[in-house]
Design a protein. Structure first.
Length: 493
């Protein structure tokens, strides 16, 4: 993500304050594109449903289907996202760009094969009709590719085109929804089609950008699987963070506040809507990490490691380490203050502002919103600190923090269902608090003895064992070779 930060820094210097707002918009779209698109599309589709007087039961079913599909795609891709990003960074560093596009198709193929089977089985027993199930499955595959594409799009500097793809997706979904309902298409099917079409526009646009930037080649599309074996803590960290972020929603659906919509589809509108809006308040930290923390911290980080690698003097290394850590503490402090300020302002104004929106907020929903705003703020700052741990390759510390976050939020949210309904959301808040505390303590301990961790913990001899995913990649490569030879033989005949 440092590449994004440096490009945005150029915008600041060249075009001043006007471009600064544009740069923040680019960062927000790149970092949170599919999720932000999902939120906007859900609100937009609900607005269109209201205009056409779609029954509330059908609106609830639509929201459940889109939410389930979104969360399923997030959980699946979260396991592969960080190892794939590490593979991408290594290939760019080694100037092996020809391996990137094949890995994009290979990672998509693997996730789609696995995800389509698992989510397809759920849809078969979910109570959805055949057409609804097929539309959900289509939407799921698009979301998987979109999430995966975001890992690769960080290397592309055509941010204006990425922003246009996002805008085109929103407009396409809105127009398709209006057209479907105007033509008398059944509401759930028509609006599902609109959402899928919107994600499809974004997918097509992003794939065109990737093909324009990276070269086509016959490199092994499964090479990235070796990185999954080598960086398994990264994969588990991504998965644990996603589970911790969303498990409280699923648990609430199953609790007293949950509403049975249809078949296996459950929801908790009184909890989901506040959670969705509270999640938006952490965009400030997500964006700030790219345009502030990385822009100011990364040059010091790079200078420090360059001195270590290129034989700098002890005095220069010690000075560079102090400067780097000083900048890091300052930027993390500012990040926490900005998120605290935004959260305080939102909580102060939420009752008057949300009261103007047709969302049907009651006192209990206002309470959930305030609680979850604090919880998401703590999570956002904790996640930023965890990302810095990954900068210093403290994979173990990041994994312990993320796993604790996942376990605590899940267990405490489940226990919270036995308490009065007004206390729902505190399980997530407490889990996020511990997540932040663990990440900060670990970062302080790790940076307190940084030279040892950087130099003394490294293995003397590089070991490359063939793990499960590497063996899977080798088998997939053999199957690819047999299929290719069979197809060539068929053409000759």
């Amino acid at each position: 993500m440092a590449g994004i930060g440096f490009e945005l820094k150029k915008l600041f210097h060249r075009h001043g304050l006007v471009a600064m707002a544009r740069a923040y918009g680019y960062a927000g779209i790149i970092c949170s594109g599919p999720m932000l698109l999902g939120i906007l599309l859900q609100f937009g589709v609900l607005a269109v449903s209201g205009w056409w007087h779609v029954a509330r039961s059908q609106q609830d079913l639509l929201v459940c289907m889109v939410t389930y599909t979104l969360l399923a795609s997030l959980v699946l891709t979260s396991f592969f996202s960080m190892p794939v990003t590490r593979f991408l960074a290594d290939m760019i560093f080694e100037h092996r760009e020809q391996t990137i596009l094949p890995s994009f198709w290979g990672s998509n193929a693997l996730m789609l094969m696995l995800g389509t089977v698992l989510y397809g089985i759920f849809l078969v027993f979910s109570g959805a009709t055949l057409l609804q199930g097929l539309l959900c499955l289509w939407l799921f595959t698009e979301m998987v590719v979109n999430w995966n594409a975001m890992s690769y799009l960080t290397a592309i500097k055509d941010y204006k085109s990425i922003l246009y793809s996002f805008m085109a997706a929103v407009v396409a979904a809105f127009l398709t929804a209006c057209a479907a309902l105007a033509l008398g298409v059944p509401p759930v099917e028509g609006l599902l089609l609109a959402v899928a079409f919107g994600y499809g526009v974004m997918l097509l646009w992003d794939v065109i950008l990737l093909n324009r930037y990276f070269p086509q080649s016959d490199e092994d599309p499964w090479a990235f699987l070796r990185w999954v074996d080598r960086f398994m803590p990264l994969a588990l960290t991504g998965l644990a963070t996603t589970i911790g972020l969303f498990s409280h929603l699923i648990i609430t659906w199953m609790g007293p506040l949950g509403v049975h919509v249809k078949g296996l589809f459950y929801g908790a509108p009184y909890y989901d809507v506040p959670a969705l809006l509270a999640f938006l308040t952490i965009l400030v930290t997500t964006i700030n990490f790219v345009v502030s923390v990385e822009v100011n911290f990364y040059p010091k980080y790079r200078e420090y490691y360059s001195l270590l690698n290129d034989g700098g003097t002890v005095k220069d290394i010690v000075t560079a380490e102090k400067e780097m850590l000083s900048v890091l503490v300052r930027e993390l402090h500012y990040t926490a203050l900005k998120q605290l300020f935004v959260t305080a302002v939102v909580i102060s104004l939420e009752k008057s502002v949300l009261g103007l929106l047709p969302l049907g907020f009651n006192d209990m929903m206002h309470g959930y919103f305030r609680t979850l705003c604090v919880g998401y703020a703590l999570y956002a700052v904790g996640n930023t600190v965890m990302m810095i741990l990954l900068y210093f390759t403290d994979y173990r510390g990041a994994l312990v923090s993320a796993a604790t976050f996942a376990v605590l939020t899940t267990v405490l949210s489940a226990v919270g269902q036995l308490l009065p309904a007004t206390l729902y959301g505190f399980g997530f808040l407490l889990g996020s608090s511990v997540f932040l505390l663990l990440a900060v303590v670990r970062l302080d301990m790790y940076t307190g003895n940084l030279p040892y961790h950087v130099l003394g913990e490294q293995p003397m001899v590089a070991r490359h064992r063939e793990g499960r995913f590497a063996r899977l990649g080798r088998r997939l490569g053999l199957w690819d070779g047999r299929l290719t030879r069979a197809m060539r033989g068929g053409r000759r005949k």
